[in-house]
Ligand binder design. Sequence first.
Ligand code: ZN
Ligand code: ZN
Length: 372
Amino acid sequence: MSARQTTNTETRNGPLDRLARLRVSLAELGADALLVSHLPNVRYLCGFSGSAGLLLVAESKATLFTDSRYTFQAREEVVGAEVRIAKKGVLRALREALRRDRRRFRRLAYSASHVTVADKHSLEANGGGGIRWVQDGNLVEKLRAVKDARELATIRQAAILVSDVFCRTLRLIRPGVSELELAAEIEYGIKRGGGSGPSFETIVASGERSAWAHARPGSKLLSKSELVVLDQGAIIGGYCSDMTRTVCLGRASPRARDLYGAVLKAQQAAKQAIRPGVTAGDVDHAARASLKSSKLDRYFTHSTGHGLGLEVHEMPRLGKAEQTVLREGMVLTVEPGVYLEGFGGIRIEDDVVVTAQGSDDLTTAPRDLLEL
Ligand code: ZN
Ligand code: ZN
């Protein structure tokens, strides 16, 4: 470990602490080492943000395998792991390291969601056989679900940025403008505001198309009396925000107003259900029960929310009967919606952090129905 690593004050909640906690779980799993190939997990554990990297975490040391494009970047970013620049591919370098030390790496934990069959074959080729593969049980994803203070501050920044961009875009939402133009304005605003980019492809869906929960923006022009769903997120320092608002062009019809009120009520019910100790399924149930009381639950066709962090969708998922227990420091979206074919859709989505008593909103844009 270099002097830089041990004196870095950022490591109290950073990669070194994360690696230490990971090693405890690894020992419980009975594995000699963990192979980390999912890039957000690599970044979380050692700070490396490049697009090619494999991290091998053993009991006494961690090694990042990357290629020569990332020599300088890895030197700058990586904490708590030795960097090896692979000349002939990172998988091959890893295979050779495993083979050289095969007695230390007999039982290798891995994620079946991220290590492909081809990767496994490649690691076992040329005398690299004999690895006992152990499923990692989403060890890293579970650690990532609870954010530290620095992560929370960064997500809050991303949430405020996307809220501000949305509020500034409102003046452009009028009949005659296209969905694509609005999406472009939002993504431009995110970069202008200091974000590194959108955390997913911005959704702008108007009129009947607003009933498509995940519509791509198109060349369609907005027209009077339409509902417009805008779902957008920003990345700051690698961390994502994700917020949806639904607005109406001109005065909303009584039906649109009723639907909007019911979705907002369901969102409040879900937020009120959030506190440490409840399950993710309890929160989903609160939103669904609220919509049921307005006979709208059958139009709510997705889960109530998801975890948010280095990825825009991460653990836990706020879905039906999900058993994950919420803990202080988790960041979640709360996003009930109703989608009526031939009429339109309404979704209201905020990012919240689970606190000791309940939850706090991170996104700040107004939630009342805006008639533009
Ligand atoms: Zn969203
Ligand atoms: Zn979302």
